[in-house]
Design a protein. Structure first.
Lengths: 501, 501
């Protein structure tokens, strides 16, 4: 327990022993790191800490920061050779990066904005004052401005009414316990597909085609897969305690969840946090088992064994279920996590010398119904070159091309060309990030729960399993599926643990 | 390769080297077992076989039998300390047993009937010539005869019409490739809940309450969770090449899938098959990883390492996805298997001195809408005593009582008493088998796929992953989810492998 006491003294000394996340002074973090370095080298006997955190994504890192700030000894075991979970920077050379995972931040995402501020990571506008392109199911192309295609280009689909009705439903939901809503079963036993069709009797197929554009990136899925209640609850979470959630805030760029990007790329949030935590973060340490006996949890990873008073599992629920638990977790918790499959989502990037499309045809984003990349964005780094187009490739399109990488590339470039000009067919670089094939994510951006699951299972979502607590964006009330939900969940789980230690 | 050659010679000598399952003469099996016994003891170096089979349920055992009959060397690695997978006998004393897992067999389940015949396992009628009880959502009790509650007791629900329409849809489906049906997307993107409500406009809630009685045991789930196409395809599979699938055959006792039970209990099929395979079956050998390089697969289990030319993974798809594969399986195969979550199902048994209900009130089975055990059966062993009642406890009820074992027991006994008489409140024994809490099943009776999954993923279901082939009841066309589907899938996978060796 020397390590624990040492850590506690040091951090009590900083006056930062609160439950809330606090900036760990870099000098102290470094000193502490050197002291504990030898403890995290490989050895056969179990090391002891107050808390083991499983996963060094934003949830796990913020849990660890909170615990360390409160004077607890912590180890963060990360399966990969990198931190950041579902955020990842791709190097473009010349110190430029582009994000191939979670990327954006916007108003009411105060956990993320605060986290970035503490770590000295700046933001910049992600949108451009240019037109957008909408390509309908028949291939007809129209320009529009603002965040949603205007009524004029949508034919018989009354998107405004659909959005208003969904917002109205979302406003009725208890955001932290959607299963207690009086209409919970009715909407949980229906799919989002069925709900959308019902909301647009004039053109149900047109409505679902349009909505699936957004489901492609939001769930890596199709509306037919998702509980309508889950969608409504997620909309309710597009806000904070002071701002009721709305679809507009969730899907918008200017003033919405895609308002800003991070200077240095979103993964910088995690790498900075991990730097501060120093040797407490152990990479290449997939956790294989968690055994609990009395007041001690024994966590076995490929990098060694740790004994702890509490464990915070901060990985996607479906992966959390794959760890070998002794005893097994309650069956309903296990069955629940197995029902929280992640979406099938890829980000596709094409690189050009310059973002020529900003001049000709003068657009910056595009939507293409039934496209290979149904949502396309100008994702050029803040330096202005190279020009980069990004397309979300998820849901139906992902499955269609899963066994056909050449076809996928050709179709993606064709979509880019249709929206941004013929020159897009000849990129100087092209890369794909398939989150579904990442061993330690198994999908992106978030777990997608089918009909029935919210009411039948999710009341068990954050119930601790003896000494094991649960974090990760899926466990958040606000901004579930976003970086903000990950960070808030880490704080919440750390607070639970601190209350017990 | 000595083992392989030895095995091949022996079995070529029997003239049994065909792709079809063949009875392994017991004397030869025993002799071979002794020869190979030393090879399956624990040791550090890898052993070599032609084929590793993962899982000693009926699928894996039949795959192994087929391969051995064709002269191949085989090891079957079983995670548990027993064989039989989702079948399991519970000892009642005096050499009597009752099944707490898969139990019944009926017409067109020729793989199972043939398997039983080869292994000398007899059958007997599972039904009794007595009335059944139907307790509706208001608690009103009626008696009926035959397999389905008669129209008179169902109020406004026209069950016959619902069944006829579902049978009609099932008759249109290509049973081995439901995703190629012209209406596949339409029905796959809908839930069975939505379909049933549509088929009974006079009383949609009444219809879904009734249908969920059957979904409780058939899927360990509720109709809202399941793709309508998956249900229709499963109905299409309630038959064989000569008999189109019907709901009646699937849910009936007399003349249907629940027609007969096995003398000695259904698990006897697996224990007999395992006896014949002898030391080729290794228990307590959970497979942790499958590495493939060139023409060799290396399978690592808790009982040692085997190298093989081919591997047949014959465990539920969701568990197959948890093995560590190097390289990883194609992402769409992984994402598919993770979407094949097993139902949440328990079998509850109460034991009495005698089956008194056969005399008073003179009934043998019961259905109770929204019950704790919505489907109840007289499950007395063929010897006639003790009297045993069995209730399926799945889906909504399972989730409702997941954290309340005392409440579950009280509610189950209350349901038994309501249907079979007050004396049921005082059993002499009571036991539950919760398949969802079984580490190596994670649910029962079958994987349940949500809307969208059949068309978006299942075309990849039996596509081999390099040297790895797939078996298990979920991969069957006919009787998917039944013992028969497991056995046929084992033969199919073995035939695939034999074509490659």
């Amino acid at each position: 327990m020397t390590d624990s006491n040492l850590t506690r003294r040091r951090f009590l000394g900083t006056g930062a022993a609160t439950g809330a996340a606090a900036l760990i002074p870099a000098s102290i973090a470094e000193a502490d790191t050197r002291k504990t370095a030898h403890k995290t080298s490989r050895r056969a006997t179990a090391r002891k800490v107050d808390v083991v955190v499983v996963g060094a994504g934003l949830a796990g890192l913020q849990a660890a920061r909170t615990l360390v700030a409160a004077g607890k000894s912590v180890v963060v075991l990360e399966a990969r050779d990198r931190v950041g979970g579902r955020t990842k920077n791709h190097a473009l050379g010349d110190n430029k990066v582009v994000e191939v995972g979670g990327e954006f931040v916007g108003p009411t995402q105060d956990y993320t904005l605060g986290f970035a501020k503490e770590l000295g990571v700046g933001t910049y506008n992600a949108y451009l004052p240019l037109d957008s392109v909408y390509i309908n199911a028949s291939g007809q192309k129209s320009n529009y401005s603002g965040d949603l295609p205007s009524a004029g280009v949508l034919g018989t689909v009354d998107l405004i009414t659909i959005v208003e009705q969904l917002d109205n439903l979302a406003s009725q939901i208890p955001v932290d316990k959607p299963w207690t809503w009086e209409k919970a079963a009715e909407y949980d036993y229906a799919t989002a597909d069925a709900l959308v069709r019902q909301l647009c009797p004039a053109d149900p197929q047109g409505a679902i085609d349009l909505v699936n554009l957004f489901f492609d990136s939001a769930y890596g899925g199709i509306a037919a897969e998702v509980s309508a209640l889950y969608v409504i609850a997620q909309v309710a979470g597009f806000g904070d305690k002071h701002n009721v959630g709305t679809i507009e805030r969730g899907i918008s760029s200017q003033g919405g969840a895609q308002n800003s990007r991070f200077v240095g790329g979103s993964q910088l949030l995690s790498t900075r946090a991990a730097e501060q935590l120093g040797k407490r973060v152990v990479r290449n340490a997939p956790v294989r088992s968690i055994a609990q006996s009395g007041s001690t949890a024994t966590v076995t990873s490929d990098a060694g064994v740790w004994k702890a008073k509490r464990v915070i599992v901060a990985v996607p629920p479906a992966l959390a279920a794959e760890i070998n638990y002794a005893p097994l977790m309650p069956a309903i918790q296990d069955a629940m996590r197995r029902r929280m499959t992640l979406g099938t989502l890829m980000k596709i990037h094409a690189v050009y010398e310059t973002p020529f499309w900003r001049e000709d045809p003068g657009v910056w984003m595009a939507l293409k119904v039934n496209g290979c990349v149904p949502e396309m964005f100008d994702n050029t780094p803040p330096e202005g070159t190279p020009g980069i187009l990004m397309g979300f490739h998820g849901g139906h399109a992902w499955r269609q091309y899963a066994n056909d990488p050449a076809g996928r590339k050709a179709a993606a470039l064709s979509d880019f060309a249709e929206a941004f000009g013929e020159r897009c067919l000849k990129p100087i670089d092209y890369f794909e990030q398939d989150w579904t094939s990442e061993e330690w994510s198994r999908g992106c951006p978030v777990s997608v729960v089918g009909p029935g699951v919210v009411t039948e299972f999710l009341p068990n979502l954050i119930v601790p399993f003896k000494l094991v607590h649960w974090a990760g964006t899926e466990t958040a009330t606000y901004w579930n599926g976003y970086m903000d939900g990950a960070i808030s969940s880490g704080e919440r789980a750390a607070a639970e643990v601190l209350a017990e230690l």
